[in-house]
Design a protein around this ligand. Structure first.
Ligand SMILES: Cc1cc2nc3c(=O)[nH]c(=O)nc-3n(C[C@H](O)[C@H](O)[C@H](O)COP(=O)(O)O)c2cc1C
Length: 171
């Protein structure tokens, strides 16, 4: 059975809440980047990585991801053979010029390191934003959650996305 690791960085708890819901549906280990993460080797334990981060400061990843991503860029660990999908919170109204852009940044880095990242792509329909670095060929490269403006949609978006990822990854 594929071993699933849900790695999440969340400052206000929104992306963490999504991670907890995903864990209930998909199972696997939940790694809070602030408390449980202790180095790049931790990724090696898993076949499937669900990577969660909110977006801050007009296109940055959540602060607990800054050092790990820096290390990944420097050390270039081999991620081939891993299936990876991305999710994270943002605010399409107040920060609609870089809505959930962190997902795009992380997606591109994991892909560059050899991971299979074509899972959990999500339609832009139902969102209203100016620009997002997470949109690839017209589609989000992961699941955007907007608890600030569309809280009523969050739970269903996560459960639909979880079912999609399970199906696409054969979990
Ligand atoms: C100073 C500041 C900067 C932000 N920048 C962005 C941004 O560039 N893009 C975006 O989509 N959301 C942005 N947000 C919104 C947060 O990502 C949003 O509040 C999210 O729900 C936080 O999720 P978390 O609780 O998982 O950390 C910003 C919020 C603040 C307060």
């Amino acid at each position: 059975m594929a071993k699933v690791g849900i790695f999440v960085g969340s400052s206000g708890g929104v992306t963490m809440g999504a991670a907890e819901q995903l864990q209930k549906i998909i199972k696997g280990d939940l790694i809070n980047m602030e408390e449980d993460y202790d180095g790049l080797e931790q990724f090696e334990e898993y076949d499937v990585l669900l990577i969660g981060s909110s977006t801050w400061g007009q296109d940055d990843v959540q602060r607990d991801w800054v050092d790990p991503l820096y290390e990944m860029k420097n050390d270039e660990p081999d991620m081939s053979g891993k299936k990876v999908a991305f999710f994270g919170a943002g605010d399409q109204k107040s920060h609609g010029e870089e809505f959930v852009t962190a997902l795009g940044e992380m997606h591109d880095l994991f892909a560059k390191l050899g991971a299979a990242t074509g899972f959990g792509y999500w339609s832009t329909e139902g969102y209203d934003f100016k620009h997002s670095g997470a949109v690839k060929n017209g589609t989000f490269c992961g699941l955007p959650i907007d608890d600030v403006n569309q809280e009523e949609l969050t739970e269903e978006r996560i459960s639909t996305w979880a079912a999609q990822v399970k199906r696409e990854m054969g979990l």
